[in-house]
Design a protein. Structure first.
Length: 116
């Protein structure tokens, strides 16, 4: 799984509206043009071009309540520069490989706004 996925509706029985982008720059353009609030960003931590953390920071400038879920093959989130500059707990991490259930749980936790 690579690239960027932006979830625009909170978890519900109706599911999500999903915007998918091949890279961070495209995700920024799509998010800027999107007319609804964006609730969750799911992205690779390391990407060519615009790294995930920089993209997340820019998107949080547009959507201050944006929850961010990074995914990476790194052994732990401590190996990655993922902590937001304002110390917010809104950046979360899921290690690859993950199962569908693990990803679903991580998305639910991020959207609930609960601490990790």
């Amino acid at each position: 799984m690579s690239g960027v996925t932006i979830y625009t509706l909170k978890w519900s029985s109706d599911g999500f509206t999903v915007l998918e982008a091949a890279d961070g720059a495209t995700a920024l353009v799509m998010a800027t043009a999107h007319k609804a609030p964006i609730d969750l960003l799911l992205t690779n931590a390391k990407m060519p071009g615009l790294p995930g953390a920089k993209m997340a920071e820019q998107l949080r400038g547009l959507f201050p309540k944006l929850q961010v879920l990074f995914m990476s093959g790194a052994s732990s989130e401590n190996d990655l520069p993922l902590h937001p500059p304002d110390g917010s707990p809104q950046y979360r991490f899921v290690a690859k490989p993950f199962t569908t259930d693990e990803l679903t749980a991580a998305v639910r936790t991020a959207l609930s706004g609960s601490p990790q």
